[in-house]
Every structure is written in C-alpha cells, then in structure tokens.
Design a binder for this molecule. Structure first.
Ligand code: XLS
Ligand code: MG
Ligand code: MG
Length: 412
C-alpha cells in the first residue's frame, strides 16, 4: 500500500467521491426544499466526550458553500450567529443585515430560525425554571428569534426544549413547569402576530421538536406524541400556530418507528417541518447523515410523506463525522447527504407507482369478498392467501431499494 501524503489527500477523496457516481447538479438539488443548518455545518466534532477536530467557520463560509452545493435554504439558532450578549442589541441588527447580504449574494434563503435554550448557562435549570427572571429571559429569547425570523424572511421557527426536564425527579413540579413553558411559546406567538401584521407577512409556523433524552436525563416533552398532547392541552393561547418538527433519529432514540410517529403527526395536521438524519434505536443522538444507517426505513418514511403531499422543509440536522475534515464537510458530508435524500425521495415516488406494490395493496384492500358474517375463523380462512402479500410487499421494497429486481452479476 502506498502512503498518501497530506498534499495529495484531497485529490484522492475528490476522485473517489466522483467515482461513486450518482451525484446531482446544484440546479437539481435546489428543486427540493432541503435546508442546511448553520450548526450542522459549523459543528467542530466535539460531542460528547471529544475535543474538536475541525476549525471554527463563519456563517459566510456556510452560506457560500451551501449555495455552491445547491442547498437553497439555510437555518440557524439565534446564538449560532449572534453572540448571546449581542442578542436584541444594535449589533444584532448589523449582523442580521450582513447575513441578509450573504444570503442574497449566494442565492440562499433563510427558511427557519430556532432559539437556543439549552447551551447558555442561564438555562442550567431549563427555559421554564422557577425564577421569574429566567423565564422573562426565555421569553425575550423566543420573541427576539421571531424578530430575527421575520427580518431574514423565514417561515418557520423551531423549539427544541432539550433542557426542559431534570436529572432527578422531585426538585421541580412538572405541571407548573409545563405551564411556564407554554407561556414562553405564547409570548413567541403573540410577538409573531404583532410583527407579521406590521411587516405584512404571514405569521411563522412554530414547530416543537422532541428528543427523549439529552441533555437532560428526563425530558418533560420527550416525544412528538407528548408534544401533540401539549399543543392540545389548553395551555397554548394559539395552538393553531404550533405544530411539530419531528427528527428521524429522535424517534428511533425512544424505540419508535419514525414512519408511525410521522403518521400520527400527519393525522393531527401538525407535520410542518422535518429534521432528517439517521442513527440507532435506543441509543444516544449520533446525528448520522440521512440514509447511512437505515435506508429501508427512510424509503418507507418518504413513501408515506410523498403519499400525503409533504414536500418539506427537510432540514439536514446531522453531524458530519468527526473524522471528516473542514474541507470534507462541504466536499463530502453535505453533497452526499443531499444526494442520498434526493435518490431516496425519487425512489419513494417510483415505489408508489410500482405495479406490483399497487396491485398487492389494492388486493389487500379489496379483501376476499367472502361473506362469512361473524365467523372469525372463516374470515381468516378466506383471507389467508391474500395476507401473504404483506411479506411480498416487504420483499419488493427491499428489491426496489437494492436494485434486486434487476438481478445482480457477481465478479467472483
Ligand atoms: C438537538 C436538536 C437540535 C434542534 C435545534 O438534538 O436536533 O439540533 O434541531 O435546536
Ligand atoms: Mg433537530
Ligand atoms: Mg438529533
């Protein structure tokens, strides 16, 4: 084996990436409502027990590189781009103006803004802590994020209450904490109504994002379903303005089927935004790029979304591998993630039209036609062969995913 000196490594990675094939042009990528988060691109590889492996990068770098790749939308936390001490000050205005210029010159739009309510030390006891001054600060942060969203032309605001919980039970009263958390969301919605009116813009779609654990051990709204119940609890003054931003891996983390979680959000009319990534069941938040772990689950998920007309936003909330270089983040991580997503999306469209899957599902819905009344055994008998189609459907989906329906040739 031949050593690859540092000055030849990029060329090698570039050549092998090209040799992989299957890449889409930036123009094609821009046709999809895919967004690139500032925090994903700027992630330095330091979670959870690690030292950073990449250099810091700026929003100018991120927006420019996303634009080149063909990711047409950008998302950010308030404090990803505005240091906490400048939030709500004149300096914020200057930064926003500069971001706007960068977005315009790279033909990228800001689609979503989110408030960081987990990193800053003020949130040590969460955004809905007992002290009124902490809660006032949380309300200031979410209101200010609404302002930023309108300034940047965003349509969505996301809230991930990862610090709304505790390490040990008993120290806080959950019902009260939930009421206080609702007050922060109410403050955001009320500010939104005001600003939207002033600016002649529609109000933002406010989307809650659940994660079952991390950074708190126990979280008060751990799943998308808990959030649906919270939205309908009567605590929100504008429940019609609040929906969900589920994250694929977050549903796996509690052991759920992402597709089923999304289905529950769909029937509630609350699937508004979707964080796309991948990882493992009942493990921590590894935020691996979409489709690298569970491509079959992804194909299934996208079939459900396509058949219900959900076309995005799809937010690339993943963490480029720690072993990937700064250069590799935009040369490999982002373009390959986007391309896997597009391929799976298009495959999902084909699978929905697949004549075998169509005929099988139609036949299942038609049933046997045998009138067996209340005789359960006879009904089962009458449907016995038909129900074998469930397994055939699973086989067909794997075939479509792996190209097995076209057969394989083997070189050895
Ligand atoms: C963390 C969340 C976070 C949100 C935005 O696990 O996924 O990145 O998407 O705060
Ligand atoms: Mg997320
Ligand atoms: Mg995650």
């Amino acid at each position: 084996m031949k050593a690859v000196p540092p000055n030849e490594q990029r060329a090698l990675v570039e050549r092998l990436t090209k040799a992989c094939g299957g890449a889409y042009s930036p123009e094609t990528r821009r046709k999809y409502f895919i967004s690139g988060p500032q925090w994903a691109a700027a992630y330095q590889g330091q979670a959870l027990f690690y030292a950073p492996t990449r250099q810091p990068i700026t929003y100018e770098d991120v927006i420019r590189e996303l634009g080149k790749i063909g990711v047409g939308y950008w998302t950010t936390h308030d404090s990803d781009v505005i240091p906490a001490e400048h939030l709500g000050t004149d300096r914020q205005g200057e930064i926003i103006a500069s971001i706007q210029k960068t977005l315009t010159s790279n033909d990228v739009k800001c689609s979503m803004v989110t408030t960081e309510t987990f990193y800053h030390e003020v949130f040590a006891a969460g955004p809905a802590a007992e002290s009124p001054e902490i809660r006032e600060y949380s309300a200031f942060r979410v209101r200010n994020t609404v302002d930023i969203g309108h300034e940047l032309g965003a349509s969505y605001a996301v809230y991930w209450p990862g610090s709304l919980g505790y390490l040990t039970q008993g120290a806080i009263e959950e019902t009260q904490t939930l009421k206080w958390y609702a007050e922060a969301l109410n403050a955001a919605c009320e500010r939104d109504i005001e600003v939207a009116k002033k600016k002649g813009r529609p109000t933002l779609k406010h989307c809650l994002e659940a994660k079952p654990f991390e950074p708190q051990a126990e979280i008060l709204l751990p799943t998308s379903d808990a959030m649906l119940a919270f939205i309908a609890s009567g605590l929100l003054t504008h429940p019609e303005m609040v929906g969900l931003n589920p994250e694929f891996l977050h549903e796996l983390m509690w052991g759920g089927a992402p597709r089923a979680a999304l289905a529950r959000a769909l029937v509630a009319g609350k699937l508004w935004h979707f964080d796309i990534n991948d990882g493992y069941r009942l493990k921590h938040d590894v935020d691996i790029g979409v489709g690298l772990v569970n491509p079959l689950d992804w194909l299934n998920t996208l079939m459900l979304l396509r058949s219900h007309g959900f076309n995005g936003p799809f937010n690339l909330d993943f963490k480029p591998h720690r072993s990937t270089s700064n250069w590799g983040v935009f040369a490999v991580s982002f373009p390959t993630a986007v391309d896997r997503f597009i391929t799976l999306w298009e495959m999902a469209g084909e699978a929905l039209e697949d004549p075998i899957l169509r005929e099988a599902t139609d036949a299942l819905k038609a049933g046997s036609g045998v009138k067996a009344g209340t005789d359960g055994k006879a009904i089962h008998e009458a449907n016995r062969e038909l129900l074998t189609l469930h397994e055939l459907i699973a086989h067909r989906l794997v075939q479509l995913l792996l190209g097995l329906h076209r057969g394989r040739t083997y070189s050895v």
